[in-house]
Each structure stands twice: as C-alpha cells, then as structure tokens.
Design a binder for this molecule. Sequence first.
Ligand code: DX5
Ligand code: ZN
Length: 223
Amino acid sequence: MEYQLCPSILSADFNRLGEQIQALEGQGLKWLHIDVMDGDFVPSISFGMPVIKSIRQESGMFFDVHLMVTEPERYIQDFVACGADSITVHAEACEDLERTVERIRDTGVRAGIALKPATSAMEVSYLLHDIDMLLIMTVQPGFGGQRYIEDSTEKIRQARQMMREEGVDIPIQVDGGINDQTLPLVLEAGASRIVAGSYLFGGDLAENVKKVRKIMGHYAEKV
Ligand code: DX5
Ligand code: ZN
C-alpha cells in the first residue's frame, strides 16, 4: 500500500501560496490536496479553476482535487483542463454518481468518491471496482481546523473490511482533523492517503511535515 501525505492548501497562507507549495515539493511530498467549495454543497466558498491553473504552472505535484460542489459533473472538463490529476466527488452531491465517475475516468484522470460522516461506505460498494480512491471525511466538509469525529475510526475499519470482502484494494483517504494524536488512529484503521491542513500549516511547516512523516513511516514499515 502506497502511503501519501496530502497537504490541504485550504490552510495555506494565500499571500505566499506558490512559495509554500514549493516548500512542500522541496521536502519530497508528491500530493497536493485542493479543496474546491461552491457555497451550495457546503456553506463556504474557497477557490476554483484560476487558482489551480496558476499553481499548475510552477508545480509538478500530483493535484488531488476534492470537489465539495453540487453536481460536479458540470465541471469535470474544466478541472482537468486546469491541471487536476485526480478528481474526487461527493456521493451526496451527484444525481448519477456512476455516470459522474465514468465521466471522470473518460478524461484519463483518477476518480475518487468522498463520503460525508453520515454516509455509509456500503452505499458506494457497487462502485468500488470503478474508482481509484475512497475519501472518508473525518469532519463535516466545509471548513479546515475542525475536530476529528471519533466514530470515523470504526468507519475506516469497516470500509477496509468491505473492500476485502469485495476483493478490491483501493486506498482510503481521510480528511479533517488530522494531527499527531489522530493520525495513528486512522493509520491503524487502514487509511493510507492522509490529508492535513491546519496541523501542517499552523506553525513551522517543515517541522510539522517531518513529524507527520515520522508517524506515517512507522506504519508504512509494518505493511
Ligand atoms: C474540509 C476540507 C479539508 C480541510 C482539512 O472540508 O475538505 O481538506 O482542509 O483541514 P484540517 O486538516 O485543518 O481539518
Ligand atoms: Zn478536502
């Protein structure tokens, strides 16, 4: 299983966004988690295509775009055009989830499905063979800096179990409230793509990345 730390730029200092992405890249991180919010699926609005297009010019990182957007199918082509390498859509946001996943894959980028805390992973079991990643939200989507929802640990474990039963081995991504205390819980439960925003960007970015990687390294070795 490939482990990836996916820094969420939602918590970056937007005045120095390019510089901070370079710093992450300089530390050897491969993935960048990009949260797009539309003010409809979630209450807040973040940023969209122009920002992604702009950072794409300077960065070779893998752009992991998390769309917290109603009917994201409308924008797949636009996000691919501005540089997404992977597009994750919310199961709750799509009228036809299967078709949306198919449209994403038709463009050649990777496809992920995200679940809000109240949505059971069983609801998307029929699509497990068609996706590249399952994102289990460990907070309510919409804002950075929230507290990890404890029930998520069991949900990750159950999703891992469901995958074993279905005979698939796709990575589980977790997003929200990840810090040095909650990270061991999600790793132990079976997550391998770790999104972190406020914990990484609060304080010394390089130091925080090192701390997280140390914990992840411990688990990765055991696999
Ligand atoms: C929340 C976003 C997250 C957010 C995580 O809706 O999807 O990616 O940036 O932030 P932290 O790590 O601060 O909880
Ligand atoms: Zn996210």
